[in-house]
Write a protein that binds this ligand. Structure first.
Ligand SMILES: [Zn+2]
Length: 246
């Protein structure tokens, strides 16, 4: 009997064996990331690759990516330039704001539009759509995306945004473990020091990766991002092409 209880305990505990398995996050420059769950399920967020001056040459071949889904935070070219060719090469579903996704030149069965508050399944992952404060013309509205992994951990890609008060709700509802945070500054987005304020005020991640900087001279450079984030114990300043296990 005692052995049975022990066995039952082990069986009940077994799903937890997957807990804490690393998520592999590869930065391809700007806002483009490849996120691979421990299960192997892979998504590409905001594919701007072939024309991205910061994407290393060895990562330019779209056919090598083969994601299960492509996530688009908004319609601007620096987030979507390779969305259609990557969708055609991989047959992956494309997730984003409905009004944007319906306009894409891809087969209907690959279109997976939603809106703020929506949840879309990708194999063992759930993708939650949350607000962002930006533009998205033509098509749809700006979003952030939260990927929920099978073990409950969550990764938040902020999309392009300024700090906003509802980040408090994003923390309350999702408490993201990994944050890919827009810190690109320039004329269109929050400056690196404001991104740091958003991090300190609202979030408690185990890792935060600043992004969307250094692509062109109009944006904040790496020195400005290091100045803003360098003393944060969880900040990871990545190099395009680098992969982190988080
Ligand atoms: Zn952008």
């Amino acid at each position: 009997m005692r052995a049975l209880v022990l066995l039952a305990g082990l069986l009940m505990a077994s799903p937890a064996l997957a807990d804490g398995q690393p998520v592999k996050v590869t930065w391809l420059g700007h806002a483009t990331f490849v996120v691979k769950a421990a299960s192997g399920t892979t998504v590409v967020i905001d594919p701007f690759i072939t024309g991205n001056p910061k994407t290393p040459a060895e990562h330019k071949d779209l056919k090598k990516l083969q994601p299960d889904a492509i996530l688009l935070t908004h319609s601007h070219q620096d987030h979507t330039a390779d969305a259609v060719p990557l969708a055609k090469a991989s047959k992956a579903k494309v997730i984003g704001a409905h009004d944007h996704i319906v306009s894409l030149d891809i087969p209907d069965e690959q279109k997976a539009g939603g809106n703020v508050g929506g949840v879309i399944a990708v194999k063992d992952l759930k993708v939650h759509l949350v607000p962002a404060m930006h533009g998205s013309s033509p098509g749809g509205r700006p979003l952030g995306v939260i990927i929920e992994f099978a073990d409950g951990r969550k990764l938040y890609h902020t999309g392009d945004t300024w700090i906003f008060g509802d980040m408090a709700l994003i923390q309350e509802f999702y408490a993201p473990d990994i944050i890919l945070m827009q810190a690109g500054g320039g004329p269109y987005n929050q400056q690196p020091d404001v991104a740091r304020k958003a991090l300190d005020r609202f979030f408690r991640p185990s890792a935060v990766v600043p992004m969307h900087y250094g692509t062109w001279p109009v944006l904040a450079d790496e020195a400005a991002v290091k100045k803003a984030f360098g003393d944060h114990p969880k900040a990871k300043i990545m190099t395009p092409g680098q992969t982190l296990s988080l």
